[in-house]
Design a protein. Structure first.
Length: 308
């Protein structure tokens, strides 16, 4: 992954957070390495006082991502692929939860990540770098045969990094290549179809997000609680998306909780009255006392520390 810092106003220095020795259950084996890369890039971006991190993800990377998620039976959100702009990490407090000094807030805030090359083929990018005499670093693990996962998808699409680098006349640290005067072959049908699918799913996701926001605005009571009725009467896909957003925000997570957790909460609201409490996704959803189940509050689950 190639990254560049976009300089803007403000910012602070952040230390690289501790990383898990192994991926959490259900996460791909590459998750710790990806977290380490982003953590290092985030620290460098904040140290430079930059406003955002620009990555070099290309159309090829997008196609690989979509095909991988298709194989995992992902829904619309997953098949939308990587977003052109997103936020990574951070510990941004929810409104009303306090903050800290300027440097502390800068270190805690999620990092803005922009992917400006998602519609640019990798071969075109490498040709441009070759013509400009700009060297790049090719990760040798991307070409390991039999590694499965993204490597297998990349090989199936004919996008082996080493072959692409040779075709474009460069690659590797310290090598300044020159592009050959040949036209890159057209992308495989699978890659082209994957990018089209990502575009369609991205549009569907945007519509769903807008609908979920409308549901949450209708449910918001202004005192930190939510009316149950708008969530209970909303179309099921919008209700699920709204609940997922609530749980992720309360947990301080950039990722939504599992489908099972979301469905459990939505099911508890189906009658129009919140009965008792439902926990999941590191959150607790409970009825507001005295509201007869008509209002709810979402709180982060308190973890009991074991005494030694």
């Amino acid at each position: 992954m190639v990254g560049a810092a976009w300089r803007g106003g403000g910012g602070g220095c952040a230390s690289t957070p501790s990383l898990p020795a192994r991926p959490p259950p259900g996460a791909p084996a590459s998750a710790p390495a990806r977290a380490a890369r982003y953590a290092a890039l985030a620290a460098a971006t904040r140290a430079a006082g930059a406003a955002a991190l620009l990555t070099g993800h290309t159309a090829d990377d997008q196609a690989e991502t979509v095909l991988l998620r298709l194989g995992r039976a992902s829904g619309v959100d997953g098949l939308a692929g990587m977003a052109p702009a997103t936020r990574w990490g951070g510990r941004a407090p929810l409104p009303g939860c306090g903050g800290g000094g300027g440097a502390a807030r800068a270190a805690a805030a999620p990092l803005l990540v922009i992917r400006p090359l998602l519609t640019t083929p990798k071969a075109a990018l490498l040709r441009l770098l070759g013509r400009a005499g700009v060297a790049w670093v090719a990760d040798p693990t991307n070409a390991v045969a039999g590694a499965g996962g993204r490597n297998a998808v990349r090989a199936a699409l004919g996008g082996a990094p080493a072959a692409a680098a040779r075709a474009c006349g460069g690659g590797g640290r310290g090598q300044e290549g020159r592009a050959r005067p040949t036209r890159a072959p057209p992308p495989p049908a699978a890659a082209r179809d994957a990018r089209r699918l990502a575009s369609l799913c991205s549009a569907a996701r945007a519509v769903g997000e807008a609908g979920a926001v409308a549901v949450l605005l209708e449910a918001a009571a202004g005192d930190g609680t939510l009316a149950v009725a708008p969530l209970a009467t909303a179309p099921a896909p919008l209700a699920r998306r709204a609940v997922a957003a609530l749980l992720a925000a309360a947990a301080g997570s950039p990722y939504p909780p599992s489908t099972a957790v979301v469905q459990r909460v939505v099911g508890a609201l189906a009658s129009g009255r919140m009965k008792g409490a439902v926990s999941g996704g590191r959150c607790v959803v409970r009825a507001v006392p005295g509201s007869k189940g008509g209002r709810l509050v979402v709180e982060k689950e308190r973890v009991q520390k074991k005494r030694l």
